[in-house]
Design a protein around this ligand. Structure first.
Ligand SMILES: [Zn+2]
Length: 256
């Protein structure tokens, strides 16, 4: 009988040995997420942004510059902003909406390291229905009882109170559907948050497709919760992004 080794424990994220190393890692993975989103077609004009919390100054985050295509963003383009709205590093632009969204969530969710927002086509289409995703597949169980709706679309999130309302709508979940707007996910790493966005977009596509031809059979609630614990953990989210990260490295991605 051929001898093969079964994978009994999943690979874990590497641990940094200093805050400097951790900051560089976070920036590199943020840039990687931007490149992946560009390749997956998640870029729409100037919409969408990704941030990661500073590992040393926890009231600060690094965010993508406004108006630069995700495929062109490098680590040197990222902008450091504090929760008072002051730009501490970086020369490019951050809009009020970007600040209100990311600071609102960072303040209310100290466990969150990364925040990802985009307007992908299926997620945006699904968002117009004002409905949560249902557990119609193993992938969809990732979000079972772990995502929410941000209702009453009121235009750009130009006021801090609206950013706080979005953070409250997100609650303790990993994702929130911004009704009539798009998707937003959070994670304990950029990799995790980026994967939730990729996965959620696919789940929106799948449910839209399934409902065009019939009534999807729902997974039993207890099984959906079990499956969420298996495919929806922070470790699983990080892991699912690694093939994309490896793909970029193979492509010789420069992230300076
Ligand atoms: Zn948006």
């Amino acid at each position: 009988m051929a001898s093969t080794q079964l994978l009994c424990s999943l690979p874990q994220p590497p641990q940094s040995t200093s805050v400097e190393e951790e900051l560089q890692t976070r920036k590199q993975h943020l840039v990687a997420a931007c490149r992946v989103f560009a390749q997956l077609g998640f870029v729409l004009g100037v919409a969408g942004h990704i941030s990661v919390r500073d590992p040393e100054h926890l009231d600060c985050f690094w965010i993508t510059p406004f108006g630069k295509h995700f495929s062109l963003i490098g680590t040197s383009d990222l902008i450091k902003v504090n929760h008072q709205g002051e730009i501490l590093e970086g020369k490019q632009q951050v809009t009020l909406e970007m600040f209100n969204i990311h600071s609102g969530i960072n303040e209310i969710r100290p466990d969150v390291i990364a925040v990802v927002h985009a307007h992908p086509v299926y997620g945006t289409s699904w968002s117009s229905l004002g409905r949560l995703l249902e557990p119609i597949s193993q992938d969809a169980c990732t979000f079972y009882e772990d995502h929410s709706l941000f209702t009453n679309y009121s235009g750009l999130i130009s006021h801090r109170a609206e950013g706080q309302r979005l953070a409250t709508a997100l609650g303790d979940n990993k994702a929130v559907i911004l009704q009539n707007h798009g998707l937003l996910t959070v994670g304990h790493s950029v990799d995790e948050a980026a994967w939730w966005l990729i996965c959620m977009e696919r789940c929106c596509q799948a449910q839209l497709l399934a409902e065009t031809v019939g009534s999807p059979i729902l997974i039993d609630p207890d099984v959906a919760r079990l499956t969420r614990s298996q495919v929806g953990s922070p470790e699983a989210g990080w892991l699912c992004f690694q093939p994309y990260y490896e793909m970029l490295r193979e492509q010789g991605m420069s992230n300076n």
